[in-house]
Write a protein that binds this ligand. Structure first.
Ligand code: 8LQ
Length: 479
């Protein structure tokens, strides 16, 4: 293309079939970027590109979606003529609850759909274990763009066409597994859609991974740890008997929790990449780290535009600050989410990553949720911070729970129940946990220093708490 004097940014879909094959075969395996021009663009120039895409996306939704027509009726700016990113930030924020209410009133998609029902190519959604499920209708064009975006981001993670990618997450409504699969397919890797969740499936995963020896694994971080534990119980060494080079994760904090990341890297002898925004925001990999980033996720702003806002006031947060990511699709024709509230807590910075990408970065990943954040006697406590401390201890037995209770009607008390490694528990003998008093006190003091608030600690034997094949739920709030 360069020889022909062709240069520039082309709308998705310009190149099809054999041309795409040709372009990707020309992309050498050691290239750092899938699309160097877009990924290393001057941020100010990128803002211009984002604004152009936003104007198109917002106008499109305004013209076609009954929901946005109503939702923006009294907006302080004209959705058909957004002039700047600042103006765009004055459109109202959309919450999950509003999506639920809309979908209940106009089932199943709500009036979000901007294409004919007949043009829906895939239906995904949330499992709906709490409240009404949310439904996502995805058109064929969108599904292809999702594949392209995920391929580009998996390339940054270090996946190459010569790799086999094992997807060890449930294949159902959950779009995590499918999103990983479609990206790996688009990239040209060998795909191994193993799944998860069926009885005995983790033992089978141990057998299959030894046999197939995939280079990459997609799962949740807690499932990777469970897989390592299961392997060891079966006499299999996850480091030498599997041969994973990298693992990419989404769905929950872990990959950017230093001690958890280290535990996974040590267990498998691989490196870890953190990914994941929200299912509604698919391509959800647009929060996505790269193989050079020690921790955190780049924000692939030209695919999904992310802004951080203050959790209380919803005002924009400057670079370097902490806030709630609010996401906007830039390439969605079927069910675009515009200024969608995540409820998560993260910090963003213009980190200088050796990969050369010029995107802002969530330098510590997503480490909490505005609604999961425990306020204990005025102190903000994130479960991911407790996890970091516990996984840093040699005596840790693999799982933990946080129990919050209110004493005497006003005093919040946090109890950390943590498993202790089987060997240590057994060596404490018949006396059980009483023999471990010194350890309990040390864990309590370490937690108090890390969290800035006093906690009680209860020690439990390894294996006491249920392991998960999906996202872990570790907080029990009794208040
Ligand atoms: N969440 C998702 N990814 C996370 C991460 N890397 N670090 C911390 N928290 C994370 C389909 C993808 O797996 C994304 C996904 O899990 O979508 P869901 O099921 O809609 O859940 C979204 C929530 O998972 C986010 O709001 C984060 O709280 C968490």
């Amino acid at each position: 293309l360069r020889e022909m004097g062709v240069d520039g940014v082309f709308p998705v879909g310009t190149f099809t079939g054999e041309m795409v094959e040709f372009i990707h075969s020309a992309l050498s395996s050691d290239a750092e970027h899938w699309d160097a021009r877009l990924e290393t663009m001057d941020p100010a120039e990128r803002d211009g590109l984002i604004l152009q895409k936003l104007q198109g996306q917002v106008r499109y939704a305004w013209e076609r979606s009954g929901f946005y027509r109503e939702f923006w009726r009294d907006a302080p700016v004209d959705p058909a003529h957004i002039q700047s990113l600042e103006e765009f930030a004055r459109l109202p924020i959309l919450t999950k609850e509003e999506v639920r209410v809309e979908q209940e009133a106009y089932p199943p998609y709500g009036r979000f759909l901007c294409v004919a029902q007949n043009d829906i190519h895939r239906i995904h959604g949330t499992s709906g274990t709490t409240g009404r499920p949310t439904v996502f209708g995805i058109s064929k064009g969108d599904w292809e763009r999702i594949g392209e975006a995920h391929a580009r981001i998996l390339w940054a993670a270090g996946v190459r066409p010569t790799d086999t990618v094992m997807v060890a997450a449930v294949f159902s409504l959950y779009v995590g597994s499918w999103g990983a699969l479609v990206g790996a397919e688009r990239l040209g890797a060998t795909c191994f859609p193993f799944g998860a969740g069926a009885p005995g499936q983790t033992e089978r995963a141990v057998e299959w991974a030894q046999m197939v020896r995939p280079a990459a694994l997609y799962a949740t971080p807690s499932y990777a740890l469970y897989l390592a534990e299961t392997a060891r119980e079966m006499g299999v060494d996850p480091r030498t008997d599997f041969g994973f080079r990298l693992m990419f994760f989404s769905g929950e904090p872990g990959a950017s929790v230093p001690a958890t990341r280290q535990a996974i890297e040590d267990a498998f002898g691989c490196y870890v990449v953190d990914q994941g925004s929200m299912a509604e925001m698919t391509p959800w990999m647009t929060n996505g780290g790269c193989r050079r980033l020690a921790r955190g996720m780049h924000l692939w702003q030209d695919i999904v535009y992310t802004q951080l806002v203050d959790p209380e006031t919803s005002e924009p947060v400057v670079m370097g600050g902490e806030g709630v990511p609010v996401y906007t699709h830039l390439e969605r024709e079927s069910q675009p989410m515009i200024r969608y509230w995540s409820g998560d807590i993260a910090r963003w910075e213009m980190a200088d990553c050796p990969c050369g990408r010029t995107y802002p970065t969530l330098t510590q990943g997503i480490y909490g949720r505005a609604d999961d954040m425990l306020i204990i006697r005025g102190q903000n406590v994130f479960p991911s911070r407790v996890e970091d401390v516990l996984r840093g201890l040699d005596e840790f037995g693999g799982e933990f729970r946080l129990v919050v209770a209110r004493e005497r009607g006003y005093l919040d008390q946090l109890t950390v129940q943590t498993e202790v490694s089987a060997g240590l528990w057994a060596s404490a003998g018949e006396g059980g946990p009483e023999g471990l008093e010194a350890l309990r006190d040390r864990v309590r003091d370490t937690l108090r220093r890390a969290l800035g608030v006093g906690v009680s600690v209860e020690l439990r034997p390894e294996g006491e708490f249920e392991r998960t094949q999906f996202k872990a739920r570790r907080v029990i709030d009794l208040r």
